[in-house]
Every structure is written in structure tokens, then in C-alpha cells.
Ligand binder design. Structure first.
Ligand code: GDP
Length: 195
């Protein structure tokens, strides 16, 4: 994908009406701090358009990034953020659920899991939710640079087993530092979006 134009076009909060876009969307889900902003910035060739967790009090919204006026990268709120109340967590959950359920343009969902850790109960819930909504998520195993190359297959296997992935589900190791996996993710996204 040659990135010619990128802009944060639409930001939706918990009470917002979701957009009825005319171009296809791909969405990214994952728990807070998994490396979602870093991945989205890497995909867009931008250093800091998507916010990273270090920004304090990061508001939780669904952000739609316009790519070349031909698609949107959709940044879903990170879940499992420890410092918020249960009721706020539930509202974020409902926002994500509403989006998965209502979007008519969503063509692919990527779920991010930190390659070093076994998936959490929330990761499993998110995976099942995506499947339940009729999507076949692609797993991105983030921060792959933190492992030796030889350790990667073992960790990919742990992710597969932890989420009980459906047979044939892809797991792509990715690093925002080395950009390992970036081309594969774009190739898959383009195939799913444009055939
Ligand atoms: P988000 O909360 O999911 O958006 O996560 P961020 O993208 O803000 O990343 C959380 C932290 O992990 C930050 O300190 C990033 O610098 C770090 N991080 C993200 N991706 C990578 C990666 O691929 N490799 C390494 N080593 N660190 C990463």
C-alpha cells in the first residue's frame, strides 16, 4: 500500500452516532498497551498520528483514519485499562460491540495480542465476540522484537492455544521497531478489502 493521504477524519465517543462510511473499513482491537497505536502509526508511515499509551488520560474513542480516500483504518478503544471504573469499561465494551454489529463497511478485524504473554480472559472474550459477529479475525502478535527469533514459533503456538483459534486463523508476528510483519498485514488487508 502506497500511503498518499492520511487523516484522522472521525472520532466517536460512547454517545456518538457511528458513521455510515462509503469506503471499506478494517478495524484493530486489543487491550490497552498492547501496541495498537504503534502498529497503526507503522501501517500509516506516521510517527505519532495515533496516540500512544504514554499520553496520560487518553480518552477512549473509536478513531477512523482515512487512507488515500479509499479506506478507513479503525482504531477501537483499548480494553482492560486498569484505572477506570467498571461502568466505564462496560460503556467501552458496548461501543465496540455496537460498532462490530452496526458497521456495514467493516471488511476485516485484526486482534492484537502481546507475543510475550498468554492471552488474557478479556482477549478471549474479544476474540469470541468478533467471531460471534461473523468476522474471522486475524491475530497480530505484537512486540516480536522483544523475543529471540527462535522463540517466536513457541509463542505463536501459545497464542493459538490460549485463544482456541479456529483452524486456519492467521497469526502474524509484528514489531513496530523493526517493522517485521508490516508488509504481510497490508497485503492481507488489501486482499480482504479489494479482493
Ligand atoms: P496501545 O495502548 O495499544 O496503543 O499501545 P502503544 O502503541 O502506545 O504501545 C505501548 C507501549 O509499548 C509503548 O511504550 C510502546 O513504545 C511499546 N511498544 C509498542 N509496540 C512495540 C514494539 O513493536 N516493540 C517494542 N519493543 N515496544 C513496543
Amino acid at each position: 500500500m502506497v500511503i498518499k493521504h492520511v487523516a484522522l477524519d472521525i472520532v466517536c465517543g460512547i454517545t456518538s452516532k457511528l458513521p455510515q462510511n462509503e469506503v471499506p473499513e478494517i478495524a484493530f482491537a486489543g487491550k490497552s498497551n498492547v501496541g495498537k497505536s504503534s502498529l497503526i502509526n507503522a501501517l500509516m508511515n506516521r510517527k505519532a498520528l495515533a496516540r500512544t499509551s504514554s499520553s496520560p488520560g487518553k480518552t477512549q474513542t473509536i478513531n477512523f483514519y482515512n487512507i488515500n480516500h479509499e479506506m478507513f483504518l479503525v482504531d477501537l478503544p483499548g480494553y482492560g485499562y486498569a484505572k477506570v471504573s467498571q461502568s466505564v469499561k462496560e460503556q467501552w465494551g458496548k461501543l465496540i460491540e455496537r460498532y462490530l454489529h452496526e458497521s456495514k463497511q467493516l471488511k476485516a478485524v485484526f486482534l492484537l495480542i502481546d507475543i510475550r504473554h498468554d492471552p488474557s480472559a478479556n482477549d478471549k472474550i474479544m476474540y469470541d465476540w468478533i467471531v460471534h459477529n461473523g468476522y474471522k479475525p486475524i491475530i497480530i502478535a505484537t512486540k516480536a522484537d522483544k523475543l529471540k527469533r527462535s522463540q517466536i514459533p513457541k509463542h505463536v503456538k501459545a497464542v493459538k492455544e490460549g485463544l482456541k483459534l479456529l483452524p486456519g486463523t492467521k497469526v502474524i508476528p509484528f514489531s513496530a521497531q523493526t517493522k517485521q510483519g508490516r508488509e504481510e498485514i497490508w497485503a492481507l488487508a488489501e486482499e480482504l478489502l479489494f479482493g
